[in-house]
Design a protein around this ligand. Structure first.
Ligand code: DAT
Ligand code: MG
Length: 149
C-alpha cells in the first residue's frame, strides 16, 4: 500500500479551505493514517524542500511554508501517490484542470494550497519526516473492501 504526505499549506488554512481539501482526499478513497495541525520549523521546511535547494524560489518556498500553521496528513491507498497528485492538479495553477484542487481554488504557483509526494520513495521519506511511527495509525477501515479490490 503506497503512502503519501499531504500538506494543506498556510494559504489554504488561512482561507478556510482545510475541510474542502481534506474532503476531496477522503472522498477519493484514500485512508488517513496520520493527521496533525502544526507550525513547520525552518529546519523541517528546509529538509522537506531539500531537492529545491539552490533554485531561485527556494527561500520564498521555505518562507511560505513556515509563515502560518499547516495541516499535515499521511494517506495510504493503492496508487496513493498518483491519485493524490491528480486530485491536487498541476504545480502551476493556471495549468491545473478545473475539478482539481489547484484548478478550482488557486491562481499562482507560490500560493498553490497543497503538497503531495511525487514518488513512492519520497512518500515514505516525507511521511517519516513529519510523523513518528507512534503518530501513525494502522487500521482496517470498514469501507476498505468497497474501495480497494
Ligand atoms: P509540486 O508542489 O507540484 O510537487 P514541485 O515539487 O516541483 O511541485 O515544487 C514544489 C513547490 O515549489 C511548488 O508547489 C511551488 C514551488 N515552485 C516550483 N517551481 C517553481 C517555480 N518555477 N517558481 C516558483 N515556485 C516554484
Ligand atoms: Mg513536489
Amino acid at each position: 500500500m503506497e503512502r503519501t504526505l499531504i500538506i494543506i499549506k498556510p494559504d489554504a488554512v488561512q482561507r478556510g479551505l482545510t475541510g474542502e481539501i481534506l474532503r476531496r482526499f477522503e472522498a477519493r478513497g484514500l485512508r488517513i493514517i496520520g493527521m496533525k495541525f502544526i507550525s513547520v520549523s525552518q529546519a523541517l521546511a528546509e529538509k522537506h524542500y531539500e531537492v529545491h535547494k539552490g533554485k531561485p524560489f527556494f527561500e520564498g518556498l521555505v518562507k511560505y511554508i513556515i509563515s502560518s500553521p499547516v495541516v499535515v496528513i499521511a494517506l495510504e491507498g493503492t496508487n496513493a501517490i498518483a491519485a493524490a497528485r491528480k486530485t491536487i492538479g498541476a504545480t502551476k495553477p493556471q495549468e491545473a484542470e478545473a475539478g482539481t484542487i489547484r484548478g478550482d481554488f488557486a491562481l499562482e504557483i507560490g500560493r498553490n494550497l497543497v503538497h503531495g509526494s511525487d514518488s513512492v520513495e519520497n512518500g515514505k521519506i516525507e511521511v517519516a519526516n513529519f510523523f513518528t511511527e507512534a503518530e501513525l495509525v494502522s487500521w482496517p477501515r470498514n469501507t476498505d473492501p468497497w474501495i480497494f479490490e
